[in-house]
Ligand binder design. Structure first.
Ligand SMILES: NC(=O)c1ccc[n+]([C@@H]2O[C@H](COP(=O)([O-])OP(=O)(O)OC[C@H]3O[C@@H](n4cnc5c(N)ncnc54)[C@H](O)[C@@H]3O)[C@@H](O)[C@H]2O)c1
Length: 347
């Protein structure tokens, strides 16, 4: 039987959750609560039950799962209230804004004996899944490094995301997705972090950042989120000892280039205006194999399917508490590094 779920915070992402729960084969919607009267009225106009208070929602004995989709600064308070009411609880990302806060949430979940996880839904993005598959299958050999970028051109949204007190800024907003994806590909064994933040359209919070993560395995990740780029760089770029993989845009396939004749000696030098170079001469089909790989198939509904199976004790939850700790710690260390002018900060 489907489990009853409710959503607290009926804004942009709360609306997404409601739509997905309504289409789900494992959960059914009990209703929503939003602090704003007009959002509750909007839900009711759509035939969705709007609870009149958080307390009323949490007191409904039929609800087994609560999704929290409010601004980031109030995740902790609502998640803990939900767990204490005996509800399994899913927080939107970023789970919260400090490690102490996260530990309080994890402790509340252990005490209540209820599932507590965070919505890292971008683990279902097919561009990321393609990179993970290339990494895990050894398609381009042992991986050296991974670059993951998203470039927008519209600045940071002018809502709560542009304000520090709500947990705004791009590290918390998009950084958390790209950090989680990179660690899912390369491993969660973080050794150190270096980061510089940008403030092109906003002085209060980062409207972009450049982040290097060094792993204990020797692999390296470079993550860049920017909101002031009118030409976007490739979405993903990964180097292995046997080749290179690139995805130009998140709607595109992964392109692979493998070198089949490393020691080709009769390379034609490239002539540029100021001289010649053999080192940087491009390769051709005599020494290279190039091809695209099919986009993986993914279904984001698997997120709620996993949650329900985790509630029933049949599977481990998709995003574990340790992964939540590491993802958040990378962000906090990134802020620390930025405050030190981009110096390396150890984990
Ligand atoms: N996983 C994703 O892909 C994704 C995408 C967008 C946003 N998010 C996350 O979802 C959360 C919400 O973002 P959004 O874009 O929907 O913001 P939003 O501003 O559109 O919606 C937030 C809603 O929460 C309500 N709210 C605020 N405080 C509340 C409280 N104490 N109790 C009940 N309701 C409250 C607001 O009235 C508003 O309707 C954030 O944590 C954000 O990072 C995740």
């Amino acid at each position: 039987m489907k489990k009853k779920a409710a959503v607290i915070g009926y804004g942009g992402m709360g609306g997404w959750h409601v739509d997905h729960i309504l289409k789900s084969d494992v959960v059914t919607l009990a209703g929503i609560y939003d602090i704003k009267e007009e959002r509750r009225a909007l839900a009711e106009s759509r035939g969705i039950r709007a609870y009149s208070s958080r307390e009323e929602l949490l007191a409904d004995p039929e609800i087994e799962l609560v999704t929290v989709a409010t601004p980031n600064d109030v995740h902790e308070e609502i998640v803990i209230a939900s767990l204490e009411a005996g509800k399994n609880t899913l927080s939107e990302k970023p789970v919260t804004l400090s490690l102490e806060s996260l530990e309080r949430m994890i402790a509340a979940s252990k005490k209540a004996g209820r599932i507590f996880s965070v919505h890292q839904n971008r683990r279902f993005d097919v561009d990321y899944l393609a990179m993970k598959k290339i990494h895990d299958s050894g398609e381009i050999g042992e991986i050296i490094d991974l670059e993951s970028r998203i470039h927008g051109s519209r600045g940071i949204p002018s809502d709560w995301r542009s304000q520090k007190e709500y947990g705004g800024g791009m590290l918390y907003d998009w950084g958390i997705h790209l950090i989680d994806q990179a660690l899912m590909v390369l491993g969660f064994d973080v050794e150190s972090v270096r980061c510089t933040c940008d403030h092109i359209t906003n002085d209060e919070v980062d409207d972009g950042f450049k982040l290097y993560i060094d792993l204990k395995s020797g692999k390296k990740a470079y993550i860049e989120v920017e909101t002031y780029n009118f030409i976007a760089m490739p979405r993903f770029y990964m180097r292995g000892r046997g080749g290179t993989a690139m995805i130009t845009d998140w709607r595109e396939k992964a392109h692979i280039a493998k070198c089949k004749a490393w020691n080709e000696s009769d390379v034609l030098p490239v002539e540029t205006a100021a001289g010649i170079t053999k080192t940087m001469a491009p390769r051709d089909s005599i020494t290279m194999d190039e091809y695209d790989i099919e986009r993986p198939v993914s279904d984001v509904h698997d997120y709620y399917r996993n949650l329900v199976r985790a509630i029933d004790g049949l599977e481990e939850q998709f995003v574990t508490h340790d992964q939540m700790r590491t993802d958040l710690k990378v962000i906090l260390k990134a802020f620390e590094s930025d405050a030190k002018g981009g110096d390396r900060v150890y984990f």
